[in-house]
Design a protein around this ligand. Structure first.
Ligand SMILES: N[C@@H](CCC(=O)N[C@@H](CS)C(=O)NCC(=O)O)C(=O)O
Length: 224
C-alpha cells in the first residue's frame, strides 16, 4: 500500500482528505491516531510528529511513489492529490474557475470554520454574546453559499474539493449548535446531494457511529 492517511476519529480535516482519496478511487491505508476524551490526540503518532513536528496535527498523508512524499494540512494534501491523481478531477476546469473554487475551499476552513471552533468552547454558554456572534457568522456564510447555489448545483460549478471541505465543516457546525435552517433551502438540498455520495457516506457514517458509541450527539440530519 503506497498511500497512508493519518487521521483521527473526529477529525474534520482528516475526513476531508479521506473523502477526497475515496472520490479519486485511491487505495490507501487509514491510520487512526490515538484519540482521548476531550477531542485531544495524545500520544502523538510518530509519523505525525515526523511529518508535522511543530503543529503535530492530523491529517498527514504519505505516498511512497517517486521516492516518497510526506505532507500535512488538508488543503495542501488536496493539491497533491489533484496533481498526482488527476482523474476524476476535483477542481473545475479553467484558471478563473479553479481560483474561485480554491478560494471557497479556503474560506470554508478559515472564514466559516473558526466560528465553529469558537463554539467548541462555548457549549456550556450558548446564550453568551460570543456564541451568538459565532452562530450569526455561520448563518451569514450559509446565506452567501445559498446565493452561489442559485446558479449552480455545487459550490464551484462541478463537484469539487470546495464541496468536500464545506460539507465536513457543516457537519461540525450542526453538532455545535450552528446548523443550517429552512432559511437556506438550496443549501439544504446541496447538503443532501453531497451527503449521499458514497465517498462521503463511507467517511461520515463511521464518524457518526463513533460519536454515538461515546454517547455524544449526532446531528439530526445524519441519524439513519
Ligand atoms: N489546517 C489544518 C488543520 C488540522 C487540524 O486542526 N487538525 C486537528 C484535528 S481536526 C488536530 O490534529 N488537532 C490536534 C492538535 O492540534 O493537537 C488542516 O487543514 O489539516
Amino acid at each position: 500500500m503506497t498511500i497512508h492517511i493519518y487521521s483521527g476519529p473526529l477529525s474534520m480535516f482528516g475526513a476531508k482528505v479521506e473523502i477526497a482519496a475515496r472520490e479519486k478511487g485511491l487505495a490507501f491505508e487509514l491510520v487512526m491516531v490515538p484519540f482521548i476524551e476531550g477531542d485531544a490526540y495524545e500520544p502523538k503518532h510518530p509519523v505525525v510528529l515526523r511529518v508535522n513536528p511543530v503543529k503535530q496535527q492530523v491529517p498527514v498523508l504519505t505516498d511512497e511513489i517517486d521516492g516518497g512524499v510526506e505532507l500535512f494540512d488538508s488543503t495542501q494534501i488536496f493539491e497533491y492529490l489533484e496533481d498526482r491523481y488527476p482523474a476524476p478531477a476535483l477542481w473545475p476546469e479553467g484558471i478563473a474557475e479553479r481560483a474561485r473554487a480554491r478560494q471557497l475551499e479556503q474560506k470554508s476552513d478559515e472564514v466559516f470554520f473558526p466560528n465553529v471552533i469558537k463554539l467548541f468552547g462555548l457549549q456550556h454558554d450558548m446564550h453568551s454574546a460570543a456564541a451568538i456572534a459565532a452562530c450569526a457568522g455561520c448563518a451569514r456564510f450559509y446565506e452567501e453559499m445559498e446565493g452561489l447555489l442559485a446558479t449552480r448545483v455545487y459550490l464551484a460549478g462541478p463537484y469539487s474539493f470546495a464541496d468536500i471541505a464545506f460539507y465536513m465543516a457543516c457537519v461540525f457546525a450542526d453538532r455545535k449548535g450552528a446548523g443550517m435552517t429552512d432559511a437556506t433551502p438550496r443549501l439544504l438540498a446541496w447538503r443532501t446531494r453531497v451527503g449521499d455520495r458514497p465517498a462521503v457516506r463511507a467517511v461520515v457514517d463511521p464518524m457518526m457511529r463513533f460519536l454515538a458509541s461515546q454517547g455524544r450527539g449526532v446531528p439530526a440530519f445524519l441519524q439513519r
